[in-house]
Design a protein around this ligand. Structure first.
Ligand SMILES: [Fe+2]
Length: 592
């Protein structure tokens, strides 16, 4: 059986801009963001790519025309070979009835209620109804997919199935938390003997979305909501004094029996300006003398609020399920600081957060749900996207022969040569094999550097990344060395950069450039099975220098998607001051 999971709408950006003014800094607050496609053959995930890597628009919500076409071409199949098309949104009649009732029965003025009903109608007819999804597919692909082959998978179920499919666990508790699904923002439950049970009394609706509150604070601090939450998380470590009280926990959030919570100023009931006025009051902006200190304080408060609320959810979940392990999915699971604290404070022996935890993963999850089978090979690799032959790489480089020179090296020589280069204060673009899936570069489209230089962060920022100076760069380490370098608590590996760990005191000086201000690091562990070439590079680099890690940051410039093709890599290499580019078997340098 062949199943194609996909996410994205042709008209989402346009409709949300028109109906809800979601444009500019709010342009990612739409349905279908992080569009992508994933192909399953007989239950095995064989190909997946995010649309942004191909259309070069970060976090695009567009119909994933290129991603779908690439998945089919990769497998050598046609649309008519696909048995099921799976889409990670299910606005069924029952769901829409609930939406209409909530809008009609709210206590807002009549004119406002009519407006909301009109917007819901327009979204339903043009975007999320089954007919609209079928019409979009036909219009963008030219293929009239038979209605009976389209499977609409509830959004949170798609998140859960993504995590379940990518892990190799059989039984597990789960917590899914994100900005919004169809009606809910968080679900919890368990998978036991293959049967999924959602604990209905732990569900949280959209109005009380914790992730949306985090996004509102992100926006309040001047960052881009639904995109920059990780910056707020990073900023929270800069609070010079940990506040003794937290107005979000005192005035905004109420914890309830049974693991639920609610927001006293429910999302969507206040307009943005009123909300920010409320933040001004509770955070006492008027008394702030130093904007940076104020921002760090607010970031610390919202970070602490998320930690307290999710811990509250876990307390009840662990008592109820008694299963030892937890799958954590949804956009909130990208909060790696929280993930680590949750694990250490809970009775769960392990928490898994997959590389598709945020909405990138729902194309995979929808496909997994519709294909109905678990993989047979254990944990699934994130290296699922396009790769390029030596000939394709050479064809991409040749037009630039007046600006770059290159040497062709075997894999062993390339590893040795790159390790040698990285002894110095250089920035290396590292491009190998298949594109990784998900928001983190996991060693196939990465920028690498030596973390022992105290100013390496500034060097990378000046030469290529141009990002906020408070944001840390992350280390990659061999799985066999990780526990000696980091205090990993209950974790033994962290292959997807979804946890942070304290850097052990005795190695801090040697990886100072990969340590955050609080002495932690968001670690990627790599095994020789996961990524043999990167693992070999780490081994040789440590042999030569005694340094157990490299800095691994995504191969892109601020605001752009991670590079996908050799042409993308060359363009970024030439537009920035990256010193060397390892492009498959080519070691590329700039001509003087
Ligand atoms: Fe989501």
């Amino acid at each position: 059986m062949i199943t194609l999971g996909y996410n994205g709408f042709s008209q989402s950006a346009e409709l949300f801009a028109k109906l809800y003014q979601r444009s500019g800094i709010d342009r990612h607050r739409v349905l279908g963001h992080d569009a992508g496609a994933a192909l399953f053959i007989d239950g095995e995930l064989v190909a997946a790519v995010e649309e942004e890597r191909l259309n070069r628009t970060k976090k695009t919500s567009d119909f994933p025309e290129r991603a779908v076409a690439w998945c089919l071409a990769e497998a050598g199949i046609k649309f008519s070979d696909v048995d099921r098309f799976a889409f990670p949104w299910a606005f069924t009649e029952e769901v829409v009835d609930c939406q209409l009732r909530a809008a009609a029965e709210s206590d807002k003025p009549v004119a406002v209620r009519f407006d909301e009903l009109r917007r819901l109608g327009e979204l339903y007819r043009q975007l999320v109804s089954r007919d609209a999804i079928l019409a979009d597919f036909r219009q963008r692909t030219g293929y009239g997919l038979p209605a009976e082959r389209l499977v609409l998978v509830p959004h949170h179920h798609a998140h859960l199935m993504c995590g379940y499919h990518l892990s190799d666990w059989e039984d597990a508790a789960f917590l899914v938390s994100d900005g919004r699904a169809e009606l809910l923002s968080s679900i919890a439950g368990e998978i036991r003997d293959g049967k999924i049970t959602v604990f209905d009394d732990m569900c949280v609706d959209i109005k009380n979305s914790l992730a949306m509150l985090y996004s509102k604070v992100t926006r309040y601090l001047g960052f881009m909501p639904n995109n920059d939450e990780y910056k707020v998380m990073g900023l929270s470590a800069y609070a010079s004094v940990e506040p003794t009280s937290n107005p979000l926990l005192e005035h905004v959030i109420t914890l309830h029996e049974g693991g639920r919570y609610s927001l006293n100023f429910a999302n969507e009931t206040l307009d943005e300006q009123t909300y920010y006025g409320m933040f001004d009051r509770i955070f006492d902006r008027a008394s702030a003398t130093d904007e940076r200190e104020f921002q760090a304080k607010v970031a610390w408060m919202v970070q602490q609020a998320v930690e307290v609320v999710t811990e509250h959810q876990l307390r009840h979940l662990e008592a109820r399920t008694r299963l030892p392990r937890l799958l954590l999915e949804g956009g909130l699971a990208l909060n790696c600081v929280n993930n680590s604290k949750l694990l250490e404070r809970s009775t769960f022996t392990d928490i898994e957060v997959g590389f598709g935890a945020s909405d990138v993963g729902v194309a995979i999850g929808a496909g997994a749900a519709a294909s109905g089978r678990r993989p047979t090979r254990g944990r699934t690799t994130p290296y699922l996207g396009p790769s390029y032959s030596d000939q394709e790489i050479l064809d991409a480089v040749r037009p630039f022969s007046d600006r770059v020179s290159w040497t062709v090296l075997g894999e062993h020589e390339m590893v040795a040569e790159t390790a040698k280069l990285l002894r110095d204060k250089v920035v290396v673009g590292w491009f190998q094999d298949r594109v990784e899936y998900g928001p983190r570069a996991l060693g196939n489209r990465s920028i690498l550097a030596n973390p022992s230089f105290p100013d390496i962060k500034d060097v990378i920022n000046t030469r290529v990344k141009h990002r906020e100076l408070f944001r840390p760069f992350a280390p990659v380490v061999r799985d066999t060395r990780a526990a000696q370098v980091f205090d990993m608590g209950k974790k033994t590996t962290s292959p997807h950069m979804t946890f942070v760990f304290a850097v052990r005191e005795h190695v801090r000086a040697s990886i100072v450039g990969a340590c955050h201000v609080d002495g932690t690091a968001r670690v990627q562990t790599v095994s020789s099975q996961d990524n043999p070439m990167l693992a070999a590079l780490l081994d040789v680099f440590e042999e030569q220098t005694g340094i157990p890690c490299l800095i691994n940051t995504s191969f892109n410039v601020a605001g752009e998607p991670i590079v996908c093709s050799p042409a993308d890599a060359l363009r970024t290499f030439l537009d920035t001051e990256i010193d060397y580019l390892v492009l498959g078997h080519l070691l590329v340098s700039k001509q003087a």
